[in-house]
Design a protein around this ligand. Sequence first.
Ligand code: BGC
Length: 262
Amino acid sequence: MAQQSSLPLGIDVGGSGIKGAPVDLATGQLTAERLRIETPQPSTPEAVVGVIAQIVDAFADQVGPTAPIGITIPGVVMRGVVKTAANIDKGWIDCDMEKLVEDRLQRDVVVVNDADAAGVGELHYGAAKGHEGLVIMTTLGTGIGSAVIHEGRLVPNSEYGHLEIDGHNAESRAAASAKKREGLSWEQYAKRLSRYYQFLESVTWPDLFVIGGGVSKKPEKFLHLIECRTPVIAATRANEAGIIGAARMAADAQQVRGRHTA
Ligand code: BGC
């Protein structure tokens, strides 16, 4: 069993809330109720890093001084540098977030795209576990995030929510926020999703689609209505997947880098 003091912490930075919890990587379970703090407005790097430090402090009894921290952000992240920023302050663009947080916390930190982290969480501890070949996870929320996993390895920053389909940025029509904004019924929304997944499969040819995000808690409402060639299943770790995946990626990276190991 993992030593309590060596548990990694996963933190999910979203447009409205920043959520974190320690994760037991042997089971993929959060070892404490996740702490949620409102995202500061404006959500500048300095302000958000302050909240991250608060969350790390709150779990200091479980997350030892050398434990790694995995952080997700709703945007493209290349080697720790944020490249796009959806629903968070544009001041993040080109910010080396990994370095910023490492300098502040004096710990090993990994920063990744939110959907990529959720995909890794589902791969190891959820719906995608044991599936071979090419698995594409999409998170349906304010936007559409995507994670591409081939033979158990993540190909980062796929950004399939921004495919142009029928002249529209796909997430503007098929994200869960579009259902709410336009007052669509589940049947109407499923038609949008069918078009989206048919297009996505025509350019990627995956073995499996996994649907995550808040709607994955109600698969009985719409999953059977989606028409496409590829099998479609719902994620099983819902909103925890990002926290779990980020913690796992941080622990894996710490092992490879060999830094700060106890
Ligand atoms: C962003 C992605 C993000 C997704 C979900 C999209 O608008 O471009 O990077 O993963 O929203 O938050």
